[in-house]
Design a protein around this ligand. Structure first.
Ligand code: NDP
Length: 436
């Protein structure tokens, strides 16, 4: 902690992983002897750079860009870019650290990284976003490549931003190197199912957890936070499987729709018009309640399944207690680290099925790896084929977490299962590659 002062989210992520590794480190002392744990905490490379850009009024702005290339033992660095005003080195390091284990769990040959900027896309025009992305890539391009580091999207970075980033990469390098970024549009090298993958994957993971208790998504009442890429597709999939999702949110508040969220209206407002969540209540009429941020949280609503899909530390111990008392059976983290450590402890003590983000939201990066495969073979797979692969991958991840937790004497503890299974694969590769 002294080496990385002030990076509280990074400390939180490392503590959560290391707390579950005791049994594996005791069983295999060679990992500690080879310094694997300390090496894993130190990124292989951290890049911080200036991103100057001009707004529509001709005023110059300076943002800070980051790329933390954490671990490449299993393959080229892979992980998203986040554009949000809250971004600082500690955010990118926590996300990059998590990404190592998540990518390992997918079974794909990808290392872990994360990047982004404290740029705030909210309220910016299309041209301003484009100029920012071009400036960001003008520095980033020298650090990435299909065999080196393959960024993707995250909060604030969707298909539009990936397009501008790829356009600038192509222009600077004079290479149509499709495999350098994932999350591309389908007509220019993207994969079908990638936009849906994280949200769909989180629900597939939840369905698998429920199955271990003889239950399914059918008939569940679900609370979802967020209304971005992950949240919307999680809502869509949950309802396809027969659940009723009653909430969606953004940083301005949440909506409660007793009849179940209408995904088409939500997509129109959020993906097409880039509007605020209160607009959903305006369009759907008086049966929908809008609760402004500060007056309550989605977690105040009773539910049997919860899918936090917005941001880190959005669900604390008090929220957990309310959900448990309302009869919560399962929770899967669609977002990265949305639950605080004490909330996780409360869920586990209460016997709630708890799917940690590094397992439950791994469907996005796994489908990104499928996009890389299609780019490498200059092929494009059908929606059905890719969706089937996603289903297989999520089921495998679930089973591996479940079996690993069992093997190490913590049955049903998906946090331990994910951390141990993710760790062992990376640690073994690091041992084989020597002290590098
Ligand atoms: P989007 O930018 O598409 O959506 C983010 C959503 O979360 C928005 O509704 C946003 O509201 C809300 N949100 C973001 N920050 C805050 C905040 N500080 N307080 C309240 N609400 C907030 O991002 P994604 O859906 O892609 O990502 C959501 C989460 O899922 C993140 O944790 C991300 O790391 C994780 N994730 C994403 C993957 C992907 O494939 N996209 C893959 C794996 C994990 P507002 O618009 O008002 O800010």
């Amino acid at each position: 902690f002294r080496r990385n002062p002030g990076e509280s989210e990074f400390h939180q992520a490392v503590t959560e992983v290391f707390e579950s590794l005791d049994p594996v480190v005791n069983k295999y002392p060679e990992y500690a002897e080879a310094g694997i744990l300390s090496r894993m905490c130190e990124p292989e490379r951290q890049i911080i750079f200036r991103v100057p850009w001009m707004d529509d009024q001709g005023q110059v702005h300076i943002n800070r860009g980051f790329r933390v290339e954490f671990n490449s033992a299993l393959g080229p660095y892979k992980g998203g870019l986040r554009f949000h005003p809250s971004v600082y080195l500690g955010t990118i390091k926590f996300l990059g650290f998590e990404q190592i284990f998540k990518n390992s769990l997918t079974g794909m040959p990808i290392g872990g990284a994360k990047g982004g900027s404290d740029f705030d896309p909210a309220g910016r025009s299309q041209n301003e976003v484009m100029r920012f992305c071009q400036s960001f890539m003008t520095e980033l391009y020298r650090h990435i490549g299909e065999y080196t580091d393959v960024p993707a999207g995250d909060i604030g970075v969707g298909g539009r931003e990936i397009g501008y980033l790829f356009g600038q990469y192509k222009r600077i390098t004079n290479r149509y190197e499709s495999g350098v970024l994932t999350g591309k549009g389908v007509s220019w090298g993207g994969s079908l199912v990638r936009p849906e993958a994280t949200g769909y994957g989180a629900v597939i993971f939840t369905e698998q957890m429920l199955k271990t208790r003889g239950l399914s998504m059918d008939g569940q009442t679900v609370v979802v936070s967020g209304s971005g890429n992950v949240a919307i597709n999680a809502i869509d999939k949950a309802q396809e499987l027969g659940a009723k999702v009653v909430t969606a949110s953004d940083s301005s508040g949440y909506v409660y729709d007793e009849a179940g969220i209408d995904v088409e209206t939500l997509r129109q407002i959020k993906e097409v018009e880039r509007g605020r969540i209160s607009e959903y209540a305006v369009r759907r009429g008086s049966s929908v309640k809008f609760v402004p941020a500060g007056d309550g949280k989605v977690w105040d609503v009773d539910a049997t399944v919860a899918l936090p899909c917005a941001t880190q530390n959005e669900l604390n111990r008090d929220d957990a207690k309310h959900l448990i008392n309302s009869g919560l059976v399962a929770l899967a983290e669609g977002a990265n680290m949305p639950c605080t450590a004490d909330a996780i402890a409360a869920f586990q003590q209460a016997g709630v099925l708890f799917g940690p983000g590094k397992a439950a939201n791994a469907g996005g990066v796994a489908t990104s790896a499928l996009e890389m495969q299609q780019n490498a073979s200059r092929d494009a797979w059908s929606f059905e084929h890719t969706a089937e692969r996603l289903h297989e991958i999520m089921t495998d991840i679930h089973d591996r977490c479940y079996e690993t937790a069992d093997e190490f004497g913590m049955p049903g503890n998906y946090v331990a299962g994910a951390n141990i299974a993710g760790f062992v694969k990376v640690a073994d590769a690091m041992m084989a590659l020597g002290v590098v």
